[in-house]
Design a protein around this ligand. Structure first.
Ligand code: HEC
Length: 154
């Protein structure tokens, strides 16, 4: 197994380089997302919070798989606080209205997920709510990107 891993580590970068160089990988994705200007520190903070979201999602799914609705509620609760609360005030106040609305939408659905997990205790229902919640993740990611600007406001 170890030998296989070592040989894969050696081969993969070569394959990738070859594919990119030979034109086998058409790079067609254009980036039309709206820019949100942030400083390096603000970006670090925001991406840290985003990665936390993924951890919470993992915990929620893990709890669902175990049928532990109390744990679902516990794991969903921090997501219900909303992104805006977790962002630096500078980004929060300057962000586009639609960005703030998506943040609020996500905040609301995770609050409901936490509440309904306890009140209804229905795994299928919670999974449906999670699917709805993830439309906010995807919708915002489709629409916005961060761009570092050294001196944001003079
Ligand atoms: C209101 C907008 C918004 C919502 C909602 C949102 N994100 Fe993000 N997220 C962003 C932006 C903006 C970026 C940076 C994208 C870029 O600059 O290319 C990002 C980046 C990320 C990253 C990359 C982190 C890194 O280190 O590069 C992850 C992971 C992520 N989000 C997870 C999530 C998850 C999971 C959800 C939903 C539970 C979510 N996000 C909801 C705006 C949002």
């Amino acid at each position: 197994m170890k030998r296989l891993l070592i040989s894969l580590v050696g081969v993969l970068p070569a394959l990738v380089t070859q594919a990119a160089g030979s034109g086998d990988l058409p790079l067609t994705a254009a980036d039309h997302r709206i820019v949100i200007s942030v400083t390096q520190d603000e970006r670090n903070q925001m991406l840290f919070e985003m990665r936390e979201f993924l951890h919470h999602l993992f915990n929620i799914h893990n709890a669902l798989a175990n049928g532990d609705m109390a744990a679902v509620a516990r794991s969903a609760a921090p997501m219900g606080e909303g992104i805006l609360h977790r962002l630096p005030a500078s980004v929060r106040n300057d962000s586009p209205v639609a960005f703030q609305e998506m943040s609020h939408g996500m905040h609301e659905i995770f609050r409901l997920i936490a509440k309904d997990a306890q009140v209804k205790g229905d795994i299928k229902y919670t999974v449906g709510q999670l699917a709805e919640a993830m439309t906010y993740c995807a919708g915002c990611h489709d629409t916005y990107r961060l761009q570092i600007q050294q001196r944001k406001r003079d």
